[in-house]
Design a protein around this ligand. Structure first.
Ligand code: IPM
Ligand code: MG
Length: 385
């Protein structure tokens, strides 16, 4: 077949697939209310590398804080093994079917990092992270960064299912000379993330919502994002709005005079990926930040760092820093209706990592283990209760 015809056929399939996704988004309008569930099932997914080691410590802390609720049958924990790179390679799938079925039984998931195969690796499977966001339609990736002493209080609403990620594993070479990737924006997908950001701002008294795109260059998809932002903003006259292009936004985040003006920032997937790493760095690095992946029916909470396979190879996984996944656990508590417990945990983490520092993680045997650190956090919660 002629290469143009072959490419048209591939592109046609992608359009079909995306139109189906749009239909599904239009059908699934209802949000689950976690607070109204008779039993909340929390899936604990360790993932790869240091994942199981740090995730099990976050689970211990959750079990400690939710002891009464678990005893009363209100909360159930379910450990889901098997989301490992070995199993994914064996199944030839980003998430093996049996693992996905177990995950889908849990509306709330705490997930450790998973190893992402790179282009050129022997296996061409999608990142498990990205696959889970798509499978569970976790459209909002919410990443807070707070540094009170510097007046920084940012909450990023990163679109999590579209943009360059939707077809990230489905680009193609038409021949040796020409390669294509695609970026996608749908009306429904764009609208729901922008609304989520404005609703969050409204409910949490945040005075400004900022939209970040590169709509001067990526005119169609980013153009849609920016236009919808301006339209939806009209429904929130009490909230200030502004918009920036991603390049200058990355610069403004390091401008101490300007950066404290940003509060809630809504942006397409790839820009959100990049800028949330930059933002977390001010707070002490990606290891200090937690992240919610939120959909209408599921919410998944995760560390934003990688799986550190080298630490496992060198037998150091038990010394891995569990702070990011513990932050994610705190966001989980708040999301399912226990904001006081979340505040207790955050407060203890601040004391342990910034004020007292009696037990220090170094990532090596000269520092504490993840379990010793988790003990320290729980003792601190008890002391301050
Ligand atoms: C993140 C990560 C992921 C992403 C990777 C691991 C697929 O960088 O959660 O920000 O690109 O979204
Ligand atoms: Mg990232």
């Amino acid at each position: 077949m002629d290469k143009i015809e072959a490419a048209k056929e591939k592109f046609g399939k992608l359009i079909e697939e995306q139109l189906k996704r749009v239909e599904k988004m239009k059908e699934d309008k209802e949000f689950i209310n976690f607070k109204e569930l008779p039993v909340i099932k929390i899936g604990i997914v360790g993932g790869d590398g240091i994942g199981p080691s740090i995730t099990s410590q976050a689970q211990r802390i959750l079990e400690f804080l939710l002891k009464d609720e678990a005893e009363a049958g209100k909360i159930e924990f379910k450990v889901i093994d098997g989301l490992t790179i070995e199993n994914r390679v064996a199944a030839g799938k980003a998430i093996p079917d049996d693992v996905l079925a177990q995950i889908k039984e849990c509306p709330v998931i705490l997930k450790g990092p998973t190893t992402t195969p790179r282009a050129g690796d022997k296996v061409n499977i999608e990142s498990a992270n990205v696959a889970m966001r798509k499978e569970l339609d976790l459209f909002a990736n919410v990443r807070p960064v707070r540094i009170p002493e510097e007046g920084i209080d940012w909450t990023f609403y990163r679109e999590n299912t579209e943009g360059s990620y939707t077809l990230g594993s489905k680009g193609f070479d038409t021949d040796d000379d020409l390669a294509f990737d695609f970026t996608v924006a749908t009306t429904d997908g764009t609208e729901r993330i922008i609304r989520a950001a404005f609703e969050y701002a409204k409910n949490n008294n945040k005075e400004r919502v900022t939209c970040v795109t590169k709509a001067n260059i990526i005119k169609t998809t980013d153009g849609k994002f920016l236009n919808m932002f301006k339209e939806i903003a009209k429904e929130y006259p009490d909230i200030e709005t502004d918009d920036w292009y991603i390049d200058i936004m990355t610069a403004k985040l390091i401008d101490p005079k300007r950066r404290t003006n940003f509060k809630v920032v809504v942006l397409p997937n790839l820009y959100g990926d990049i800028i949330t790493d930059e933002a977390a760095e001010f707070q002490g690095g990606v290891g200090t930040a937690g992240s919610i992946n939120m959909g209408k029916k599921y919410a998944m909470f995760e560390a934003i760092h990688g799986s550190a396979p080298r630490m496992v190879e060198e037998g150091r996984d038990k010394y891995a820093d569990p702070c990011s996944i513990i932050r994610a656990a705190s966001m989980l508590l708040s999301h399912i209706g226990y904001p006081e417990k979340a505040a207790q945990l955050d407060n203890a983490l601040d004391i342990c990592t910034q004020k007292e520092k009696k037990v220090v993680i170094t990532g090596r045997s000269d520092g504490a283990t993840s379990a010793e650190f988790a003990d320290y956090v729980m003792e601190t919660i008890e002391k301050n209760a």
